[in-house]
Design a protein around this ligand. Structure first.
Ligand code: ADP
Ligand code: MG
Length: 350
């Protein structure tokens, strides 16, 4: 039963993709261990993420999207290190065996795996009492000479950049919560205020926000192209406020966010349909689930960064700078600089 399931939904559909990389994947699914060989002169990097239904996706989310997102969040970690995908293993805890669900899940997973040349090389499958659990470990490589965008390597006076629209996936989460009648949470707004704001948003923005939540696009190719330019990077999974604080504390420096620049990232994209700036600011700071890149790079490289962004069809916006006093600061619309308290998503917060 378990072997049939693995063969039908994972070994067979992914066979062709693994076979396409015979020099990297020496042995895939079917043995006790997978055997991978990075290219000459490359070091291997590894990252893992655990996703649980009810925590990371709604119980009724589409199986295709769960498959896509499970690998997307891992590929986003590779992007945050400037690494190229080599392959991944899949740990699956299933409350029941549902062939239709598994084949959709496998289809979503395969579609992103093919897009990023990242074959499935092994895994483990087990039953669980309740709730789906998906754990993916992804392997990647980057040249041994490259620093991997280490969070400790931000430098004083670096510019801080982001890709895409920070907070867009958080908007998607609010919309999904609204359509399920769940409480709407985004400090400092009340549930009722959020209801009003959401009802005034254009449909096109709502569609994009839902897409950003369910099918994030990891910035792998862009980050590989940025290897010679970036000092430190991370992917935005918990909101700009908290995520950038990680770079600041690891580098023992500060990050000063520029509120007008942050809003510009949205304004340039939205034109007349720009939502209330206070709402956009709250989305971006407390965010979550964006899987966009935030990175620090020398101010002198701005033109190259913009050019590489446009080559990868990616909006890139400078939103602040690295400063000497440790912590997170905000240069607000009126020009005052204030300390930014941590407002990011915390799984264990009470
Ligand atoms: P083991 O007894 O070593 O745990 P299994 O019987 O669980 O082996 O798995 C048999 C083969 O199928 C192994 O190569 C394993 O990597 C692979 N496999 C099991 N589950 C999955 C999965 N969810 N996705 C991909 N490969 C899997
Ligand atoms: Mg096993």
């Amino acid at each position: 039963m378990e072997f049939d399931l693995i063969r039908t939904h994972f070994e067979q559909p992914f066979e062709q993709l693994a076979d396409a990389f015979p020099n990297r994947i020496l042995r895939g699914i079917g043995d006790d261990c997978a055997r991978l060989r990075p290219d000459d002169g490359q070091v291997m990097v590894v990252s893992t993420d655990l996703l649980e239904s009810g925590v990371h996706f709604f119980e009724d989310a589409s199986a295709f999207d769960i498959g896509w997102k499970s690998l997307a969040v891992n590929l986003s970690d590779l992007a945050a290190c400037g690494a190229e995908p080599l392959g991944f293993v899949l740990g699956l805890g299933l409350p029941r065996v549902d062939g239709g669900w598994l084949s959709e899940f496998s289809r979503g997973l395969l579609s992103i795996a093919q897009q990023y040349d990242c074959p499935l090389v092994g895994g483990d499958t087990t039953s669980r009492r309740s709730g789906l659990g998906v754990s993916i470990t992804v392997m990647g490589q980057h040249p041994a000479s490259h620093q991997g965008f280490d969070r400790r390597h931000a430098q004083l006076a670096d510019s801080v950049w982001i890709t895409g629209l920070p907070g867009l996936a958080r908007l998607g989460l609010l919309l999904e919560s609204q359509s399920r009648g769940l409480p709407l949470v985004l400090p400092p707004f009340t549930h009722e205020a959020l209801q009003d704001i959401l009802s005034g948003l254009p449909n096109s923005l709502c569609d994009r926000a839902r897409q950003a939540l369910h099918k994030p696009v990891p910035r792998v190719q862009f980050s590989m192209a940025m290897r010679p330019i970036i000092h430190a990077a991370l992917d935005l999974s918990d909101g700009l406020g908290g995520d950038l604080a990680h770079i600041a504390s690891a580098s023992r420096l500060g990050v000063e966010l520029d509120e007008p620049a942050l809003l510009d990232a949205w304004r340039l994209n939205m034109g007349d349909s720009m939502p209330d700036p206070a709402f956009v600011y709250a989305l971006a700071i407390s965010g979550g689930d964006d899987y966009e890149l935030a990175f620090c790079a020398p101010e002198t490289r701005a033109d190259e960064i913009r050019w590489l962004g446009s080559r990868h069809c990616l909006q890139v916006t400078p939103i602040g700078r690295v400063c000497s006093s440790e912590g997170m600061y905000l240069r607000s619309l009126d020009g005052n600089v204030v300390t930014l308290s941590n407002a990011s998503f915390d799984h264990f917060a009470s």
